[in-house]
Design a protein around this ligand. Structure first.
Ligand SMILES: [Zn+2]
Length: 257
């Protein structure tokens, strides 16, 4: 059996799908600090560092899931490009590596990364993989990094001008700031869950089967209490996603029903 995979609902403006028409499921972020380009520049080094680390470990590139990852990512990019003015032009890409401490992640500029070790251990179907990648793409589409940075700045003294890099340093060393950001980060995860499931459904993936990873997380992480809860409890995420299933099923192309 083919084994397969970051995950975390908010109030998104949505429309029920009609025949072959682009359906905007995402909102256009507004009122943000720093430009999208500033945020993209400041965070791009993270993907470079990850690539370098995987390369040095001889764990860069796909091995067991190349066709599947390529197929799922390609189908999702088509849907991601229909969402916002910015998402239509992002240089979407997928970095595949095999590092055990990496699951899946997305940069603000649409660069995604996923580890095959995570795919292998946690994603039992192509639908589950599609949900995880679509969730990551939703973070980039909705500019969650830029939103979180803007919120963080509002929590700090106003008289000091801070670059995006200054904010990352602050977030590295200011635990109380990170803890105060929990509600915003968790809202971002709910939104990425919601938009991710709808986009993956539009791309043809079965929404019921997409929930395999969140469902298993719900069963396994009930007792874990992290110092800073960047993600909401998996069971709450699952519950919100399940309430969205009827809408998600209607997003699937009708020939797949
Ligand atoms: Zn996420």
């Amino acid at each position: 059996m083919v084994k397969f995979f970051c995950i975390a609902f908010g109030m998104l403006p949505m429309m029920v799908a009609t025949a072959a028409q682009p359906v905007q499921l995402a909102y256009e972020p507004v009122g943000l600090g720093w430009s999208a380009a500033e945020v993209e520049r400041a965070s791009s080094a993270q993907m470079d560092a990850l690539t370098e680390r995987a390369h040095k470990a001889g764990q860069l590139g796909c091995s067991a899931y190349c066709d599947c990852l390529h197929r799922v990512f390609s189908r999702l990019v088509v849907e991601a490009r229909t969402q916002t003015e910015r998402s239509a032009t992002l240089p979407w890409s997928l970095l595949v590596l095999r590092l055990p401490d990496i699951k899946a992640m997305a940069m603000p500029d649409g660069q995604l990364a996923i580890s095959e070790t995570f795919v292998d251990g946690h994603l039992p179907s192509e639908d589950a993989l599609a949900f995880v990648l679509a969730h990551e793409m939703a973070h980039s589409i909705l500019e969650h990094e830029r939103q979180a940075l803007t919120f963080a700045r509002l929590l700090l003294p106003r008289q000091i001008v801070r670059s995006v890099k200054d904010m990352y340093v602050e977030m590295d060393f200011n635990l109380s700031l990170l803890m105060a950001m929990e509600p915003v980060m968790q809202q971002g995860e709910y939104e990425a869950d919601e938009l991710g499931m709808l986009l993956a459904s539009k791309a043809g993936y079965d929404p019921d089967r997409q929930l395999a990873f969140i469902s298993s997380q719900c069963q396994s992480d009930a007792d874990s209490v992290p110092l800073v809860a960047t993600h909401p409890p998996a069971c709450q995420r699952l519950q919100r996603l399940q309430s969205l299933l009827p809408l998600a099923r209607r997003q699937r192309p009708t020939f797949l029903h």
